[in-house]
Design a protein around this ligand. Structure first.
Ligand code: SF4
Length: 334
C-alpha cells in the first residue's frame, strides 16, 4: 500500500469515527436528529455496503476502530481466544442481534437518549474487550452483533479492499473472515454450533419479514409492546429456519448455496420494505433519505422492489466468489 493510500484510509477512518461520535452526540442532545441519522441514513445503506464491499465497512467501522485502539496504542494484553470461546462469542453475537433488532420497535427507534446510552455501553464493551484480547478476536470477529450480518451478506463481495486494520496477521481468529474468500456464516462455526449458525442463516429472512410486519402500539403496556415486538420476528425466524432445515436435509450437497440463497432473501426482503421509504415513496416522508415522491410515478415502487431484489440476488448468487473481504495480510510469525 502506498503512503497516499494509507493516508486516504486513515482519513476515512477518522471521518467515520467522527460520524459515529456525531450520531451519539445527536442521540443524546438532539434525539430526533440522532434517530434520523442512525436509523434513516446510516443503517439503511449498511446492508448494501455489506453486500458490495464488506471489507470497506470493516476498515472504517467506528466501533471497530474504537475496539482496536488499545492494540494500536500497545495497551492491549493481546490474550488469545480459544476455538471454543470463538464459537461462544459468535453465538453471543447472534443472540445480541436477535434481541437488539426487535427492541428497536419499543425503545431504540423511539428514545434517542436511551439509544445513545446503549451505543456508549456497546462502545465501552468493544474497547474493554480490546484491552484484553488479541486484535479483532473478541469484538470485530467476536461479539459484535453486526458481525453475523457481515458474514451473511458479504460472501460474494463485488469489491475487495486492502485490510488496513491488520498491518500484520496475528492469527487472532480462525478462519479469518477478513481474508478468506467465499465463507458463509456456518464456515466460521464448528461442531454443534455449525447447525445453530445454519439455522440462524436460514431463519434470518423470516426474522426480517416478521420485523417489518410488527405494528408498534406505543399506548399499550410496555410488556405487551415488548411481547409484540418479539412475537412476529421470532415466529418468522422459526418458520424460515424450519423451511431451511427441510431443504438442508433434502439437499445435503447444496447447504452452502442454501445459506447464500436465504441470505439474499433476507437482504431482498429488507430493501423490499425499506427502499420505498428511503426514497419517500411510502410513509409520511420523515424517514426518507431522498424524497422522490413528486418525481416518480406510483408504480415505480414495484419496479424498484423487483429491480432491487433481482440485483441483490444477482450479486449474491449469480457470481463466483472472486475475492475475500480484504487482501491477505502477511503473518506476524512468518
Ligand atoms: S488478518 Fe489476521 S489479525 Fe487480521 S483479523 Fe484476520 S486473523 Fe486477525
Amino acid at each position: 500500500m502506498t503512503g497516499t493510500t494509507k493516508i486516504v484510509w486513515r482519513g476515512l477512518q477518522v471521518a467515520f469515527f467522527a460520524v459515529g461520535v456525531l450520531i451519539v452526540a445527536m442521540l443524546l442532545f438532539n434525539p430526533p436528529l440522532g434517530l434520523y441519522l442512525l436509523w434513516d441514513v446510516l443503517i439503511p445503506v449498511a446492508p448494501l455496503l455489506l453486500v458490495l464491499a464488506p471489507g470497506l465497512w470493516r476498515n472504517v467501522c467506528p466501533l471497530g476502530s474504537f475496539s482496536l485502539l488499545p492494540a494500536q496504542l500497545g495497551l492491549s494484553r493481546g490474550r488469545t481466544i480459544s476455538q471454543a470461546w470463538q464459537q461462544r462469542l459468535l453465538l453471543g453475537a447472534i443472540v445480541l442481534l436477535l434481541v437488539i433488532v426487535p427492541l428497536r420497535h419499543v425503545v431504540l427507534d423511539v428514545y434517542g437518549v436511551v439509544t445513545g446510552i446503549v451505543l456508549l455501553v456497546v462502545a465501552a464493551a468493544a474497547i474493554g474487550l480490546g484491552f484484553v484480547f488479541d486484535w479483532k478476536s473478541a469484538w470485530c470477529s467476536g461479539l459484535c452483533p453486526v458481525y453475523p450480518v457481515e458474514m451473511l451478506y458479504g460472501s460474494r463481495p463485488l469489491v475487495s479492499v486492502p485490510n488496513v486494520q491488520c498491518r500484520v496477521c496475528t492469527g487472532c481468529v480462525s478462519p479469518c473472515r477478513d481474508s478468506s474468500r467465499a465463507l458463509v456464516p456456518p464456515d466460521a462455526a464448528k461442531g454443534g454450533s455449525k447447525l445453530l449458525v445454519y439455522l440462524f442463516a436460514g431463519g434470518f429472512p423470516g426474522f426480517v419479514l416478521g420485523w417489518y410486519l410488527v405494528s408498534p402500539n406505543t399506548s399499550a403496556p410496555l410488556l405487551e409492546q415488548i411481547g409484540m415486538a418479539f412475537l412476529l420476528p421470532m415466529a418468522g425466524l422459526l418458520a424460515s429456519a424450519l423451511l431451511f432445515l427441510g431443504l438442508y436435509l433434502a439437499f445435503p450437497r447444496r447447504r452452502r448455496w442454501l445459506a447464500l440463497l436465504f441470505a439474499a432473501l433476507a437482504v431482498a426482503i429488507y430493501y423490499w420494505f425499506k427502499l420505498p421509504v428511503m426514497l419517500g415513496l411510502e410513509g409520511d416522508g420523515t424517514h426518507a433519505l431522498l424524497n422522490l415522491r413528486a418525481v416518480l410515478p406510483g408504480w415505480s415502487v414495484w419496479a424498484l422492489r423487483v429491480g432491487a431484489g433481482a440485483l441483490l440476488f444477482g450479486l449474491m448468487l449469480g457470481r463466483k466468489p472472486s475475492a475475500g473481504w480484504s487482501g491477505r495480510v502477511a503473518s506476524a510469525t512468518a
